[in-house]
Design a protein around this ligand. Structure first.
Ligand code: HEM
Length: 376
């Protein structure tokens, strides 16, 4: 089938479309593009890969902010003005005074010097500043491409969604920080896991969109391979969320043995809290146990997938998972030193991005369509 309706703005520069035997019909307005949009594809792709790289760095800086206990140093949220750090000694003292009002200062950092405060402040500031920068990197080129009609129709809603997800992530970040400003000396593990998981989803969505620029439209899984790829990516995302709970509870600071935990395969006390569901989110032992267990299941699934599919993407995810499991064990045995904690966190992003690649590849077989010019 050929879709030949003229796209808005096609004018005399020609219209391109997707043709083929895909199981699903796509409305012509969704898949046609002008010559100008086709030529813009490499730039849009490069822009998205750059954004994905920045999100990856953002996750590492976020991890460093957490592991250096810097996350609560800025006690207010000013989306625009907050980009300017304290500039004078008086500004620094004012920021420090605000920090002294929260429990983390009085219970953990009592007597901290201004220099020590500056160290933790800069980490949190860098994390937020990078977030703002990513916002600009997403919005400014988008507006340019959009205003000059360089974005093909089916891409526009995706890019807008990515930008909205970025905004949501900023708000979620503040919601997380807020949980550590009263009564507690650290942030809620629920909110931390949500913040990390959304960051991972955003990274995956950017990678997915970048891989899709110029390719055939994908649609939900319809065969076994499609479902297997989808299931693997979902399982890895679950493992990332579980890792967020391990991090949020500092659960990597205990049971630092492997393969046994507390001298046993299944340690006693996994379900000690009441009601039982709380153990999965609030009991450091259970949370670490689950993270180990899911890791083994992920490794097994990735091995089965590569055995059946044997594609480059399948090998990539399998190798990434194996390295990540090794790194996780090392991080645990060493009681989470900064460099290993960060490598493990970054490794998780690589694993998930590879799973997105696997999914993109698996779903492409189902939409056997290709790009070709349309005669009008
Ligand atoms: C597919 C495999 C794995 C993935 C995708 C994964 C992912 C993650 C993620 C996303 C975090 C949160 C990082 C943070 O917020 O700082 C985390 C934390 C952690 N993981 Fe894993 N993990 C995997 C396997 C393992 C294994 C096998 C172990 C050990 C047996 C392990 C031990 C840890 C520890 C100790 C932490 C806490 C680190 C910290 O406090 O910063 N992980 N993991």
């Amino acid at each position: 089938m050929t879709y030949s309706a003229r796209a808005p703005g096609a004018r005399s520069c020609g219209v391109w479309s997707l043709e083929g035997e895909g199981p699903r019909r796509y409305p012509a307005s969704m898949i046609e593009m002008t010559e100008r949009q086709r030529k813009a594809r490499p730039y849009i792709r490069a822009w998205l890969w750059f954004a994905a790289f920045l999100v990856f760095i953002m996750v590492i800086v976020g991890g460093a902010t957490r592991l250096t206990d810097s996350g609560l140093s800025i006690t207010e949220w000013q989306p625009l003005l907050g980009a300017i750090p304290p500039l004078t000694e008086a500004d620094w003292l004012a920021a420090f005074e605000k920090y002294k009002l929260i429990p983390e200062y009085s219970l953990v950092n009592q007597g901290m010097s201004l220099e020590e405060f500056k160290f933790i402040y800069w980490w949190e500031w860098a994390h937020r500043f990078l977030g703002r920068f990513i916002g600009l990197v997403m919005i400014v080129p988008f507006l340019f491409f959009w205003a000059t009609h360089r974005i093909e129709p089916r891409l526009t809603p995706r890019l807008v969604t990515l930008i909205l997800l970025g905004g949501l992530q900023g708000a979620l970040g503040w919601y997380m920080v807020k949980s550590g400003l009263v009564e507690r000396v650290d942030v809620s593990q629920y909110r931390l896991a949500a913040h990390l998981t959304l960051a991972t989803v955003i990274l995956g969505a950017i990678v997915w969109t970048a891989l899709g620029v110029g390719g055939a439209p994908r649609h939900p899984p319809q065969d076994r391979r499609g479902w297997a790829a989808f299931g693997l990516a979902a399982l890895i995302l679950l493992q990332v969320a579980a890792g967020g709970f391990v991090a949020g509870l500092d659960a990597g600071m205990g049971y630092n043995t492997w393969p046994l935990m507390d001298g046993q395969w299944m340690p006693k006390g996994l379900l000690i809290m009441q009601p039982v569901w709380r153990n999965f989110f609030e009991n450091a032992m259970t949370v670490q146990f689950d993270h180990r267990l899911i890791a083994y299941i992920v490794a097994l699934c990735a091995a089965l997938y590569v055995w059946r599919v044997q594609s480059r993407a399948a090998y990539a995810v399998f190798i990434a998972v194996l390295l990540q499991v090794g790194l996780g064990i090392w991080t645990l045995l060493a009681q989470v030193p900064l460099h290993l904690g960060l490598s493990h966190q970054g490794g998780a992003m690589v694993v998930f991005a590879s799973a997105i690649w696997v999914m993109h590849e698996a779903l492409s077989r189902q939409a056997a369509v290709r790009l070709q010019p349309v005669t009008i």
